[in-house]
Design a binder for this molecule. Structure first.
Ligand SMILES: C[S@@+](CC[C@H](N)C(=O)[O-])C[C@H]1O[C@@H](n2cnc3c(N)ncnc32)[C@H](O)[C@@H]1O
Length: 433
């Protein structure tokens, strides 16, 4: 297994995609992260707070935010993932599709960097959780889905004609079935949580449980409680007067991230948060003696991490601030066989053509004719741009490897036939002479 190609306590500043893609495969034990939720608005920090000036945009547009390189990669190498994205786009909006695309390319990279025993906790809310779960199923495999954790909190909400929304969701997936889990316990009689592990009391506290009438039950020593359930009701939202509040928009409580870190990693393990914000995950990891690496696009994240670490853990001056992606020192391989990125033939030099330009070029060259069955169409919109040799078999993106096919031929060809194979199959089926 490759070694980490960054130092413990590194904060990368910039778009996390470049950093994630530059990390060695299978080097991270746990990802606990809280990305934008697609709330359709921008977030700003409270003025005069430690985080003053912080803001991030959480609205998405297919035209502005989706790169063709992403859709090409996903369509060619992970067609089922593309279907999950398209279904979000059709059922909800282009904006939701764009957000899913943004997340999908990053989640593919996160999947690759996780060790086989690793896990990811993806924080979201009901705005996009159902689409994200389909995307996660396509990337991690539905068999690796472990829990949908409901974090219930009390918060004032102005809803008038619907029930008040008072929960977030955290999707937990493991990389394989051989994952780390040290599950906390909770009391039998009411949702009273005991921060202990199955193997023993962590902080040495003796916990006494009471029944509904207020009588003490057996001591914790004899009565350890049951494995915690997936609805967490004991952790408060960070309100305006909360002690740990920094004024950073969307800041999450330490207790929430401490629980995930305790449950799914061991001391000394590496914890990654690619959407670190004001460093809740990173500081929780430090407190629990884990190594950590964080990323954020906000330029002052570094100062806040240092200040928060100093105030919370007494750690001074050991945070490494990086703006350049690390150099890969592994073989550059993909971690999971079913997501392995195929060896690519290098694209010819020169500017890359857009799909629209390739389409126009082929139309001018062969007319509005399907190259799979020779049928001609009055309206060229019946023709779709496809690859001759599939990308998953190393085919180029270049126009020399592109063809125009009608819908039925495109579906028949899929990734099964080359163009000549498709034409043979069409003849065999009697669709052309
Ligand atoms: C919901 S906040 C995280 C809050 C964090 N859990 C906390 O407690 O402070 C999401 C963060 O993702 C960051 N972000 C958004 N897009 C990013 C990108 N492409 N690369 C890196 N960070 C990004 C934002 O700057 C923001 O700080």
């Amino acid at each position: 297994m490759a070694k980490a190609n960054w130092r413990n306590r590194t904060l990368f500043h910039g778009d996390n995609l470049a950093f994630l893609r530059a990390m060695n495969s299978e080097t991270v034990d746990l990802i606990a992260t809280d990305p934008p939720f697609n709330k359709g608005r921008d977030f700003h920090a409270t003025p005069d707070s430690l985080a003053a000036g912080a803001k991030f945009q959480d609205r998405w547009s297919w035209e502005r935010d989706v790169h063709e390189e992403w859709t090409d990669q996903i369509t060619d190498d992970h067609p089922r993932l593309m279907e999950a994205i398209e279904s979000a786009r059709y059922a909800h909006s282009d904006g939701m599709g764009a957000f899913m695309c943004f997340m999908a390319v990053r989640l593919l990279a996160m999947h690759r960097v996780l060790k086989p025993t690793g896990s990811i906790y993806l924080h979201c809310d009901p705005t996009a959780s159902h689409y994200l779960k389909a995307v996660m199923d396509a990337i991690f495999g539905w068999k690796q889905f472990r829990n949908e954790i409901v974090w219930y909190y009390r918060r004032w909400s102005a809803a008038a004609r619907q029930f008040q929304r008072m929960h977030d969701l955290i999707l937990w997936y493991s990389k394989t079935r051989d994952y780390v889990f040290d599950g906390p316990l909770q009391g039998y009689s009411k949702p009273e949580f005991i921060e202990t592990t199955i193997r023993g009391v962590v902080d040495g506290r003796l916990v006494r449980l009471k029944d509904e009438a207020g009588n003490y039950l057996q001591r914790e020593k004899e009565n350890k409680g049951v494995l915690m359930h997936d609805v967490w009701t004991d952790i408060n939202f960070i309100g305006p007067t909360a002690k740990e509040r920094l004024g950073y928009p969307t800041q999450k409580p330490f207790a929430l991230y401490e629980r995930m870190i305790r449950a799914s990693s061991k001391e000394g393990d590496i914890v990654l948060d690619p959407f670190a914000g004001c460093a809740t995950t990173l500081v929780a990891a430090e407190k629990l003696q884990r190594q950590w690496v964080g990323m954020d696009i906000w330029e002052r994240a570094h100062e806040v991490v240092v200040e928060r670490l100093r105030a919370t853990t007494g750690l001074f001056g050991e945070v490494h601030y990086e703006t350049a992606p690390p150099a890969r020192t592994d073989a550059g391989e993909a971690a999971a066989p079913f997501l392995r990125v195929k060896e690519r033939v290098k694209e010819p030099d020169g500017p890359r053509w857009s799909r629209a330009k390739m389409y126009e070029f082929l139309l001018a060259q062969s007319g509005p004719r399907c190259q799979g069955c020779d049928r001609t169409f009055d309206d060229p919109r019946y023709l779709e741009l496809d690859h001759n040799t599939p990308r998953s078999d190393g085919g180029l993106n270049h126009v020399s490897n592109r063809i125009l096919l009608c819908g039925p031929c495109n579906r028949l060809k899929s990734n099964t036939y080359t163009l000549s194979g498709l034409r043979r199959e069409n003849k065999r089926r009697g669709y052309m002479r």
